[in-house]
Write a protein that binds this ligand. Structure first.
Ligand code: LMR
Length: 396
């Protein structure tokens, strides 16, 4: 009998764990216990635990169905009107001629292009990342083969920013390094820079010649559309080069349609045009062209003042629910008061990974391993069961 001596390609794969957050989403979905609270993955939920299609998006979908007469390719930049209409919301103004914007598959697509662009321009650039950060940030940076320099951003025990450590880290950066910043609604901590701190960060970036990559995925879910973009706009005004990875997945509720944009501010129009060519080539190698449907919906909403007003009103309602839940959780115990000060969809509970398992197994409450919870993951009538379980853990 002949023995097959050839090695198998897939035998070379090493064991890896599935993404913890996405695994949590599946575990929560499969849990049949009454009254479970799924505060894991970051999607907006109503008090009934639903993530509805936003009213303006539903209307845009009807119009798209009526109007769309072709599904032929749009090209590597996707829907060209989409980033133009988004720009005033993100930047408070139209794109200047030293700026480019293009559609991407979600915020992940924008971040992927952002870091691969950095790699193409300066492979030796180091990326400064405050910890904790969104679980997928570091894998995305590593995917572009860039070196990561971590610094402490938030002290979970103290529930405060590690401001001095952040300043010290950014001051140690070399010219040409990159700093990843959360535009608003910091994920996972909910702890954001103040306007004064943004000014200080911008001044350090300019002084050191560091290029900011700003990830803005939750605009409008913190304090308001304008307020949530304040820090980003300070950095845009100050720095000659800025990269912005934007996502509409949350604020337009189009998660599974994967709708994002990459914007780049270059020092002049010629460099911006060259940058666009490079980004499009990178996109071509990754996914060739972004999916159209969700971006077309956002374009339809933002092209029509009535639909735009409808979208803004619903976003206000969503944010109102998050703020109200934050207040109720904060009022339940002085040890949770900080949650009322933080912004956006997430905050971190003062619990250990073992206590996270206890929450899940004994109380059917799902939060991420680091204690991050989605504030709107609980129904209005579940706030007490949530806070009682957390308080019991804190009491030991
Ligand atoms: C989250 O942080 O929960 C979301 O951004 C979903 C994801 O892809 O991780």
């Amino acid at each position: 009998m002949l023995t097959d001596t050839k090695s198998r390609l897939l035998d070379g794969l090493e064991h890896i764990e599935p993404d913890a957050l996405l695994q949590l989403m599946v575990m929560a979905r499969d849990d049949e216990r009454q009254g479970k609270i799924d505060a894991g993955v970051g999607v907006f939920k109503t008090s009934e635990g639903k993530t509805p299609v936003m009213r303006a998006i539903k209307e845009a979908e009807k119009r798209l169905h009526e109007e769309q007469d072709s599904k032929a390719y749009l090209g590597m930049a996707g829907d060209k009107l989409f980033p133009k209409l988004l720009a005033p919301i993100v930047f408070g103004e139209e794109l200047g001629d030293n700026m480019i914007g293009l559609q991407t598959p979600g915020g992940c697509g924008a971040l992927t292009l952002a870091f691969k662009l950095v790699e193409a321009a300066r492979p030796q650039a180091r990326v400064f990342v405050g910890t904790p950060t969104w679980a997928n940030h570091q894998p995305l940076i590593a995917g572009a083969d860039l070196e990561i320099i971590e610094y402490p951003y938030y002290d979970k025990a103290d529930t405060s920013l590690c401001w001095d450590a952040m300043v010290e880290a950014l001051k140690s950066a070399r010219s040409g390094d990159v700093a990843l910043l959360h535009g608003c609604c910091h994920n996972p901590t909910g702890a954001n820079l103040t306007v004064d701190q943004w000014h200080e960060v911008a001044a350090i970036l300019v002084d050191r010649g560091v290029v900011p990559v700003i990830d803005i995925a939750y605009q409008g879910l913190g304090v308001g559309l304008e307020e949530d973009a304040a820090g980003l706009r300070i950095v845009m005004d100050a720095c000659p080069e800025v990269i912005v990875a934007q996502s509409c997945d949350k604020n337009f509720g189009v998660y599974r349609d994967r709708v994002g944009a990459l914007f780049v501010k270059a020092s002049d129009a010629k460099t911006a045009a060259l940058t666009m060519k490079h980004i499009q080539q990178i996109a071509r190698e990754m996914w060739s062209m972004p999916p159209d449907h969700g971006a077309a919906l956002v374009r339809i909403v933002l092209s029509d003042p009535e639909l735009t007003a409808m979208w803004r009103a619903e976003l206000d309602e969503m944010r109102g629910r998050i703020i109200d839940l934050r207040r109720r959780v904060a009022e339940s115990d002085p040890r949770l008061a900080y949650i009322g000060e933080q912004e956006g969809m997430f905050s971190m509970l003062p619990v250990t990974p073992e206590q996270v398992v206890k929450l899940r197994e004994e109380h059917a409450i799902y939060v991420a391993n680091n204690g991050r919870f989605n504030v709107c993951g609980m129904g209005d009538d579940q706030v007490d069961s949530f806070t009682n379980a957390v308080r019991a853990l804190m009491d030991g």
